[in-house]
Design a protein around this ligand. Structure first.
Ligand SMILES: NC(=O)c1ccc[n+]([C@@H]2O[C@H](COP(=O)([O-])OP(=O)(O)OC[C@H]3O[C@@H](n4cnc5c(N)ncnc54)[C@H](O)[C@@H]3O)[C@@H](O)[C@H]2O)c1
Length: 373
């Protein structure tokens, strides 16, 4: 099957391709030679993590070497802890020691952690090298590898330091997903469900119809889901490259409650996807209170999330603690907590929710009778 191609065309940026296909990792080097900013790069640095490198680094290196590139690699510890200023500093020093110059390129081989970290060091070293994203998790294929946000975490919070830097190419080699755990798979599914609900009826009901195939990792369905997600995200980013026009905010659907759950339950207790899915369920119900969102949307979305193995979260915290956690979130502006709420499938609104209204909704959520049955 030929690779599926989606072009990302952001005003003021060089357009770039996302290719999605079976074993396209083996054609990585050859493809880089066709991209003008990368064709003559004297050296490529592949950054990967300790889980992904043993699985896919040799293939990536072989493909680039075969295309005549000089290739170096650095492997960081797998996990969110590597998205730190300390690791970024080590990478900058290593890049200098390798003699990387401005015409070299950085290739991120891994999930969103490697993508964000490599994008950050690549876009800042010598004021910016060309970047290539080779996402290997479902979440990074459908979301984080596209749109140009890079970053590292601080003690004070996630993603507090970063850049906007678009990649020159995104290579989603879907064969790499074969080794992904079910937990990480569900994380990607949550972002797909989020994109579908915000995007359109066509995407949402297609996903509902194909949820069994997506859960069972059917190749054609996975490829189509990735293509639909990146097309959606590319359109959003094209309208709001730097998250200043209010459009990109829609990508936070499910994340306001989701982040509070991750904070209060402790990072890693539940997967990010499970927390976001719970956040989507909550936001749809909040939409019922505030925007007249239909009961049908709420139940259909529940059905979709159940079908994608993202069941109701068996965890609750007191409403006041949830509200306090939301207020501490960096995305909360001064005053009321903001939620992306669905008015209908494909129609959303960002709403600053009054504390009293939010507390009531959180109390209803905290005493949900379906939890713990
Ligand atoms: N830049 C953006 O726009 C954006 C958007 C969403 C999320 N993010 C960031 O992405 C990160 C989460 O990304 P993620 O969910 O991909 O996490 P991750 O990169 O930590 O990957 C999850 C786990 O899967 C392993 N892994 C990766 N590929 C694998 C494969 N093919 N087979 C087996 N194991 C594999 C990793 O080593 C890791 O242990 C967060 O830091 C988040 O802030 C960024």
């Amino acid at each position: 099957m030929p690779a599926t191609r989606v072009v990302v065309n952001i005003p003021g940026e060089v357009p770039y391709d996302i290719r999605i296909g079976g074993a396209i990792l083996d054609g990585l080097g050859e493809h880089l030679r066709t991209i003008s900013a990368l064709a003559a790069a004297p050296q490529l640095l592949i950054i990967s993590d300790s889980n992904v490198a043993p699985l896919y680094l040799a293939r990536a290196k072989a493909s680039c070497a075969q295309a005549g590139y000089r290739v170096s690699d650095i492997v960081v510890e797998a996990g969110e802890e590597s998205k730190s200023v300390t690791v970024a500093g080590e990478l900058w020093e290593a890049m200098a020691a390798l003699g990387l110059t401005r015409d070299c390129a950085v290739v991120a081989l891994g999930g969103g952690v490697v993508g964000d970290l490599s994008g950050f060091v690549g876009s800042t070293y010598m004021r910016g090298l060309a970047l290539v994203q080779v996402p290997t998790t479902l979440l990074s294929m459908v979301d984080s590898s596209v749109g140009g946000k890079t970053g590292v975490n601080l003690e004070a919070g996630k993603n507090l330091v970063g850049t906007f830097a678009q990649p020159r190419y995104v290579c989603a080699s879907t064969d790499t997903l074969a080794t992904l755990s079910d937990r990480e798979w569900a994380c990607g599914c949550a972002e797909i469900a989020k994109s579908a609900a915000i995007d359109s009826d066509q995407f949402f009901f297609w996903l509902l119809e194909h949820s069994d195939q997506l859960r069972s990792r059917d190749t054609a369905t996975v490829t189509e889901a990735i293509a639909r997600c990146v097309t959606f995200k590319a359109n959003v980013v094209a309208q709001d490259k730097t998250e200043s026009a209010g459009v990109r905010e829609c990508l936070n659907y499910g994340h306001t409650l989701g982040h509070a759950i991750e904070t209060l339950a402790g990072y890693g207790t539940f997967s990010h996807g499970a927390a976001v899915a719970e956040g989507m369920r909550f936001a749809a119900r909040l939409g019922q209170r505030l925007l007249g969102t239909s009961a049908e949307l709420v139940s259909t979305q529940d059905e979709l999330l159940d079908a994608l193995d993202l069941p109701v979260l068996p965890w609750r915290a007191p409403a006041a603690e949830m509200l306090a956690a939301m207020k501490r979130d960096k995305k909360a502006r001064a005053g009321a907590v903001r939620f992306v709420l669905p008015r209908d499938v494909g129609q959303w609104e960002a709403v600053a929710v009054d504390d009293g209204v939010l507390l009531e909704a959180l109390e209803a959520w905290a005493s949900d009778p379906s939890v713990g049955r």
